[in-house]
Ligand binder design. Structure first.
Ligand code: SAM
Length: 227
């Protein structure tokens, strides 16, 4: 999978080279490129934003700057993901869907966001004919300062579902959100007693059927309590 991330703060994205994602890149499973939007800035001052039509606070990111960056990266079969708190909610099923795509572009907004004509322009039939799909996603109902952290959240959730990225793919099978409403049971490791709190005895029994039943009950209880 090829992933392009466009931001005015490319350094923000450096954690993408760590841990699982770093290894996935070294193994050739994912190719992540971060681009500085300012490289596509226009005008003598090299600005990437301007005042909003209709008035109001803040600045809006200019469409031509974004289009110059996006035109240079757009290829057949691309999903353009515009990060915005006003987007659809990003969830595990969406991560699953994107994990089988070949090319994702993440557009990280700043200020009041990106001129809406970027969404409109790349949604036109000529782009649809090239299998270019435009999405607006939010990672939750709160407002961040920029799309960088949101794009990292999405990239991490999506790429760990790509076959080969996780060392043990079985980790995925009983995870929270693996099926609708499912939250994983609580986990324990050694020692069996820690600061006066015991590991539930059933987990020490070696009785796999009983453990599976206990875990299913605990998962259910957790879902009822937390959701
Ligand atoms: N004026 C916008 C609004 O009220 O919807 C908020 C803009 S926010 C300060 C700047 C940028 O942060 C957005 O363009 C988006 O890229 C990113 N952002 C903020 N919150 C986000 C969220 N919950 N999910 C995804 N991206 C978010």
């Amino acid at each position: 999978m090829k992933i392009d991330v466009i931001s005015i703060f490319p350094e923000y994205l450096s954690p993408l080279n760590l841990s699982l994602l770093g290894k996935a890149q070294s193994a050739g499973l994912v190719d992540i490129q971060v681009h500085n939007l300012r490289d596509y800035a226009i005008g003598v001052h090299g600005s990437v934003d301007d005042t909003p039509y209709g008035g109001g606070a803040g600045m809006v990111m200019s469409p031509e700057v974004w289009a110059k960056a996006l035109d240079s990266l757009m290829v057949e079969d691309t999903d353009l993901i515009i990060l915005t708190p006003a987007g659809k909610q990003f969830t595990q099923p969406v991560a699953q869907e994107f994990s089988s795509r070949s090319h994702l572009i993440f557009a990280c907004g700043r200020y009041e966001g990106i001129d809406d004509r970027i969404r409109q322009y790349y949604s036109q039939p000529e782009f649809q004919d090239r299998n270019i799909r435009v999405h607006e996603y939010s990672i939750g109902d709160y407002v961040l300062g920029g799309g960088e952290v949101a794009s990292m959240v999405m990239i991490e959730a999506i790429t760990r579902l790509i076959p080969g990225v996780l060392g043990n793919p079985e980790s995925l099978s009983e995870e929270s959100h693996n099926s609708e409403g499912y939250l994983e049971y609580p986990n324990y490791t050694k020692p069996a007693q820690w600061r006066g709190i015991d590991v539930p005895e059933i987990l020490l029994s070696g009785n796999h059927a009983a453990i599976a039943k206990w875990r299913a009950e605990q998962a259910q209880l957790r879902a009822e309590k937390n959701r």
